[in-house]
Design a protein around this ligand. Structure first.
Ligand code: ZN
Length: 678
């Protein structure tokens, strides 16, 4: 049995879960090779099928191809994030180009596209279900959006553009990293640091030691820069740091991003045009809930109108606070964070650490399971026979209100070497129906929560509790999935929709009725005091209007770069200045620019998508309002949310799904109320 590779066979375990105890590093690469080979064989079989192309032999067959590859990928990638080592990372590097080739072999297969096209063209005569129609549409778009169907010259140009764009994005990132790392503020006199809390002083001294310097060093990395802007009494130094941060990519040196930004926007326009779209935003938003640039612009504008008034009032208050504390200056951008922190402290200072004793991890898990029980009748049964990849991990069988088996849920809470930072939902198998069988999903939540010690259990911050609810919402989306095709299952939905199930759960984090179920002091048993919960809410909403204006400014900038219909010829800083004007609360700071360090859109996946952060908040507030109206444990509302949203994955357009749940499109009202912006 020594040569037995478990990844090459159906798992012989409870619920066909991955047999982690038997899987060794050396099993992965052969399994990837075998999976790719098998997948290509299936594709070839489809392409050379003498039967005329139809939905089953082409669209469904393509979606279901590569199962052997999926089996190994579904084990390898979650493990590479949650329990990795240098060998796993080597395997990931080794496999990446193989997978890229495999996907290109599908994407640029003309014969395959020919068959997809034949089915797509007769789609109206096929009497497909809604889900099948979505799968067909997605499959068609997957090819079309990559240039299938274009003439050879256009295809060649498209490939060139892709190559150039990926190089420019890398260069953008490298420049930004270099600019972030190079700049630092070296301080040698104690009065220059006045105002900084002890922990910041220590960090700044440590930073100086690392550079073999006397005194203290402030850098542009978030944990150093933000506290400095919040606490440092010296206004001139705050200005220095603020200007440096906003000058990254705009210094006229070899790391300047101005030209790169312009080239990226212009190349994206060219790509969109080649593919038949008016602008890049049209191209990008076609596959989003928002759907069109106009919809996004209207959305940004509506929020802007709503937030501006309150943001200006906040600014007035801060100006007054500044005057009261003895300065006669007009508040500038680099004063905002400083006075805002003073005001926050004066109004709702309370030590967040005081909350921890009420959020002992085991009670939190019980509480969240209870919430799922109240809302959907879910039951969670620990099962120690299900193999896990680390002793910290626990596995549960999950049953619904009909006692039907729903899913396997793994919980993996604590940090360790080999686990990436942050928290996420993942899984080892997605729900799908195959050969008449409903294969239930295997979902996993991976977190980095405060660890128990010899004397104390794991006591969470309220932020960690909130994170757990968020990820649990993603897990519900995965577990409730009730579709046919894995490609449309669970969280496989548009980016501006995927955070609805997760963010809506965060609303319960401050609901008294829910907290009363479990949030007890782990030593005294006392229920979390009401005024503490009120303070959490007040802190969350503090200066929400200002934060919104900042986000909206970024959103406008993003949309402007991706709504151009002619190549940009003016300087990048002038371009963005016009775009962001409507969201401005302070006069422009000369010599600074946002775009040069706006990695989300120039080096990340958020081009024409930055709005989606705000969009998701609007959605979750609007959806939760129904629970507020009907009761936060209302079974009927929960059932509707399950039926129309959580079970449907990406099987239909999210706006349709949403309207079925809510009766109408979302409005911004609930968010404005929640954040006190009205
Ligand atoms: Zn999320």
């Amino acid at each position: 049995m020594n040569n037995f590779n478990p990844l090459l066979h159906t798992f012989n375990t409870p619920f066909n879960t991955p047999p982690f105890g038997e899987i060794r590093h050396e099993h992965f690469v052969p399994a990837f090779h075998a999976g790719i080979e098998q997948g290509l064989k299936e594709i070839n079989g489809m392409v050379n099928n003498p039967a005329a192309p139809d939905f089953d032999n082409t669209i469904a067959a393509l979606s279901r191809s590569g199962q052997a590859l999926t089996r190994v990928s579904n084990v390898f990638y979650p493990l590479n994030n949650a329990e990795t080592d240098s060998t796993m990372q080597d395997i990931a590097r080794q496999v990446a180009p193989l997978l890229a080739d495999y996907h290109n072999d599908i994407l640029f297969n003309d014969k395959l596209f020919g068959r997809v096209k034949a089915v797509y063209e007769k789609r109206d005569k096929l009497s497909l279900t809604a889900e099948e129609a979505t799968l067909l549409d997605n499959t068609w778009k997957m090819f079309a959006r990559n240039g299938a169907g274009l003439d050879d010259a256009s295809k060649a140009r498209l490939r060139e553009i892709s190559r150039e764009l990926s190089q420019l994005s890398l260069k953008f990132d490298d420049n930004l990293l270099a600019e972030t790392n190079e700049w630092f503020l070296h301080l040698t006199r104690e009065d220059e640091l006045s105002g900084l809390p002890e922990s910041q002083l220590d960090a700044a001294a440590e930073e100086a030691r690392k550079r073999k310097l006397e005194g203290w060093v402030i850098t542009l990395k978030a944990p150093s820069m933000w506290p400095f802007l919040q606490y440092a009494h010296r206004r001139d130094l705050r200005e220095k740091v603020f200007r440096a941060a906003n000058k990254r990519g705009f210094n006229g040196n070899q790391c300047d991003n101005r030209e790169i930004v312009r080239q990226i926007a212009n190349l994206r326009l060219e790509r969109a045009r080649l593919l038949g779209y008016d602008t890049y935003a049209h191209f990008a938003l076609e596959e989003q809930m928002a759907g069109s640039p106009q919809k996004v612009m209207d959305f940004l504008d509506e929020l802007l109108q709503a937030a501006r008034h309150k943001a200006l009032k906040d600014l007035e208050e801060l100006q007054q606070l500044a005057l009261d504390s003895g300065t006669d200056q007009t508040i500038e951008y680099w004063d905002w964070y400083y006075y805002a922190e003073k005001m926050r402290k004066a109004r709702f200072d309370f030590d967040q650490e005081l909350l921890r004793p009420y959020f002992e991890l085991n009670s939190v898990v019980k509480g969240v399971f209870q919430l799922a029980g109240r809302l959907w009748g879910l039951r969670f049964m620990p099962n120690q026979d299900i193999p896990v990849y680390h002793p910290d991990v626990t596995a549960f069988e999950v049953y619904d209100d009909q006692d039907a088996f729903l899913a396997i849920l793994y919980l993996d809470f604590f940090p360790r070497e080999g686990k990436s930072p942050g928290a996420w939902m993942t899984g080892f198998r997605e729900q799908e129906r195959l050969n008449g069988q409903d294969l239930r999903p295997q979902v996993s939540l991976v977190c980095n929560f405060t660890k128990p010690t010899a004397t104390k259990p794991s006591l969470l911050t309220h932020g960690e509790f909130n994170t757990f609810l968020h990820e649990f919402g993603h897990a519900l989306h995965g577990m409730f999935s009730q579709v046919t095709f894995a490609d449309l299952s669970g969280t496989n939905v548009y980016r501006d929709f995927v955070e609805l199930p997760s963010q809506i759960m965060e609303n319960w984090a401050v609901e008294r009725e829910f907290l009363d179920l479990f949030a007890r002091h782990y030593q005294t048993g006392e229920i979390i005091p009401a005024d503490m919960v009120e303070k959490i809410v007040a802190t969350q909403n503090f200066h929400a209007a200002f934060a919104a204006m900042r986000q909206l400014g970024f959103g406008l900038n993003d949309m402007a770069w991706h709504s151009i219909t002619e190549p940009v010829t003016i300087a990048a800083n002038e371009f963005e200045s016009t775009a962001m004007e409507p969201a401005r609360l302070f006069p422009p700071v000369s010599g600074t620019m946002v775009s040069g360090s706006f990695a989300h859109i120039f080096a990340g996946g958020y081009a024409a998508g930055y709005y989606s952060y705000k969009w998701a908040e609007v959605l979750d507030a609007d959806a939760f309002r129904l629970f507020k109206e009907k009761g936060i444990f209302d079974r009927a509302t929960a059932a509707a949310f399950r039926e129309h949203i959580l079970s449907k994955g990406g099987s239909e357009h999210p706006m349709l799904l949403y309207k079925r749940f809510r009766g109408s499109e979302p409005t911004i009202d609930a968010l404005l109320d929640r954040e006190g912006l009205r």
